[in-house]
Design a protein around this ligand. Structure first.
Ligand code: GDP
Ligand code: MG
Length: 608
């Protein structure tokens, strides 16, 4: 709403409410404690509405006068007899019963912003002291008091009583329905009013108005008087004008700080975008590499299982079995477990070597990204000083986040390189320990007997690096969560699915019983075929399990590295929401300040 369209010059008041509310929001996340308090105080002061009030006897044209002054929109003409209505601005229409005789009506009409218009019923109809007190209270409170007198009874006791002790500077008299009064009477009425004013000690102008005369010049004069003499000299409004001088000063300061904050945000946004795109590219490359790795692992499994199968089948010649395993089932079982064990180790090593060489590549690439990111963060310019009155704390917290991310990057890089060493060590240590265990058990109970039990199937355990690896690394000085998360993902043990245990037991059993059978050859053949089928099924399961695990390792690994930047990203993303909102408020305040009419009053702004 253009303030030039307002019926009176209280527009500054509306603008100042808008400015103060926006300044309150602008200061919201700033450090400026003192400024926040000042603005809150202004808000409290300004929320007192600038009050217009009309009083007079019933039927004298009070409501009609309000309509003539403000436009007809909100005013109810035929209200209940004894009712006072307080018209105000609201986001939507609403009504509240303030007392038994006063209703407050909120309308979503711009001209009502910041003001209150009180329309009263006839003062001559007031029949209880409570209502009169309420009227008098509001007469005192009002900033513009319109006293409507009829030509018939300009000396109305009830009206003059109600205004007797009020400040005359805000009072204006209106003789209504002047069109119905002959000219000779008019002079007499004015004389009488002057006399009453003298008696009441009030000096105020009198306007004779008619709402039926569309060109009534006295209505225009009345409006000018209200503007130029009453509103212009209103204390509250002058006070706000001086408040707005301070707001203007505050605004200039915060706008400078905000400009720095925005530049900082723009710079951070670029850094985040660069880091994100590096990681996105990396993810894309990585997914190709992971697919290849999975194929490679599948090939390893295919080849190893094929050789394992051939190794066993080659030996399972009916005649040789009898010679080589004279003790039958238990001998055969020991042998099968022995072969199984060898292949288990072999396959574990191959799978592990293949995966770990890929993990090395992953880490090398990740280190390059982390280096680049770190370089970008080191080159990050600090736009806002931590001593900034408004945004020092924000600057400090952002610097802290950046430093934190850089530290995490360093730790993660360290963890990556120590992972390189630890992996190999643990792998070898793990393998050695397992061999020794097998050997101890093997010598005491016959070759492979122990591994023929629950643990005796190919790849039962974790390959090389188990949870031990994670412990070793996290204990090895990786202080931050980010690093742990990044590296931890790479150390998830690969569990190769169980193969062979059941198949071997079945094979040994079938072959042992076939040896004692007349149809030995045929049974042998059938047992081998079934063994082969079991192996094929197990092989497929193993491939599924391994590829799933590989996905898991790499996804966790990348996500872990990605998380290193999370805090920084989140802070920039929050800022991406704050900046435009603040910018909007700042532009609005700028515009509103330009609309303030301060030219014809003296206030501190003039002194500068
Ligand atoms: N002729 C004439 N009638 C008026 C004028 N002002 C108000 N009226 C009429 O006087 C009656 C009472 O007016 P209203 O504004 O409701 O009076 P209120 O009771 O003081 O609010 C209505 O019929 C109006 O049309 C005026 O200036 N000239
Ligand atoms: Mg009325």
């Amino acid at each position: 709403m253009e303030i030039s369209n307002l019926p009176f010059n209280y527009g500054n008041k509306q603008i100042e409410i808008d400015i103060t509310e926006r300044m309150n929001r602008i200061l919201g996340d700033s450090d400026a404690f003192e400024e926040k308090e000042i603005i809150k105080k202004y808000l409290r002061e300004i929320s007192d509405n600038f009050q217009f009030m009309v009083i007079g006897e019933a039927g004298t044209g009070k409501t009609s006068l309000l309509k003539a002054l403000f436009g007809s929109a909100p005013f109810l003409s035929h209200t209940q007899r004894d009712e006072i209505i307080d018209y105000r601005y609201g986001d939507e229409y609403a009504e509240f019963q303030i007392t038994g005789f006063c209703r407050r009506i909120f309308n979503h009409i711009d001209i009502l912003k910041g003001i209150s218009i009180i329309d009263t019923f006839g003062a001559d109809k007031v029949n209880n002291p409570e209502t009169m007190d309420f009227i008098k209270e509001n007469v005192d409170k009002s900033d513009v008091l319109l006293v409507v007198l009829s030509a018939q009874n300009p000396g109305s006791m009830s009206v003059w009583n109600a205004i007797e002790s009020t400040d005359p500077k805000k009072v204006v008299f209106i003789v209504s329905k002047i069109d119905e009064v002959p000219d000779i009477r008019k002079t007499e009425v004015l004389e009488r009013i002057n006399r009453y004013m003298g008696e009441a000690g009030i000096v105020a102008p009198v306007f004779c108005t008619s709402i039926v005369d569309s060109e009534c010049s006295e209505i225009e004069q009345l409006k000018s008087y209200i503007d130029d003499e009453i509103i212009a000299n209103n204390e509250g409004i002058s006070k706000q004008d001086s408040n707005s001088f301070y707001i203007r000063k505050m605004f200039t300061e915060i706008r400078q700080s905000f400009d720095l904050r925005r530049s900082q945000y723009e710079k951070d946004k670029l850094i985040v975008a660069d880091i994100n795109s590096m990681i996105d590219d990396y993810r894309a490359d990585e997914s190709v590499r992971v697919e290849n790795l999975k194929k490679e692992i599948e090939n390893v499994v295919d080849r190893e299982i094929e050789e394992y199968k051939n190794e066993i089948i080659k030996r399972m010649n009916p005649k040789r079995v009898k010679e080589q395993f004279p003790k039958g089932y238990s001998d055969l079982m020991d042998y099968l477990n022995y072969v199984n064990n060898i292949y288990k180790e072999r396959m574990s090593k191959k799978v592990n070597d293949t995966v770990s060489s890929s993990v090395q590549t992953l880490m090398t690439d990740m280190q390059i990204i982390l280096d680049k990111a770190s370089e970008k963060l080191s080159g990050r310019e600090n736009c806002i000083g931590i001593e900034d009155k408004f945004y020092g704390t924000i600057a400090e917290s952002k610097n802290h986040i950046v430093a934190n991310v850089k530290n995490t990057i360093d730790d993660t890089k360290k963890a990556y390189s120590s992972f390189d060493v630890v992996t190999k060590e643990l792998y070898e240590k793990g393998m050695k320990a397992r061999k020794e265990a097998d050997l101890v058990v093997g010598t005491s109970t016959g070759l492979g007997a122990a591994v023929g039990g629950a643990g005796g199937f190919l790849g039962a355990g974790a390959i090389a690096v188990g949870t031990e690896g994670l412990a070793a690394i996290t204990a090895g000085g990786v202080a931050t969560v980010g690093a742990g998360a990044a590296v931890g993902g790479l150390i998830i043990p690969i569990v190769v699915g169980a193969i062979g245990a059941i198949a071997i037991a079945a094979l040994a059993h079938k072959i042992a019983s076939a040896c004692a059978d007349s149809q030995m050859d045929a049974k042998f053949q059938k047992a081998l075929e079934e063994f082969e089928q079991d192996l094929m099924r197990i092989k497929e399961q193993m491939k599924v399990e391994l590829t799933r695990k590989i996905d898991e390792i790499f996804i966790t690994g990348i996500n872990g590295a990605d998380r290193v930047f999370a805090e920084y990203r989140i802070s920039i993303s929050k800022e991406s929401q704050n900046i435009p909102k603040l910018e909007d408020h700042i532009n609005e305040v700028d515009l509103l300040l330009g609309q303030l009419r301060l030219e014809d009053k003296s206030h501190p702004a003039d002194e500068n």
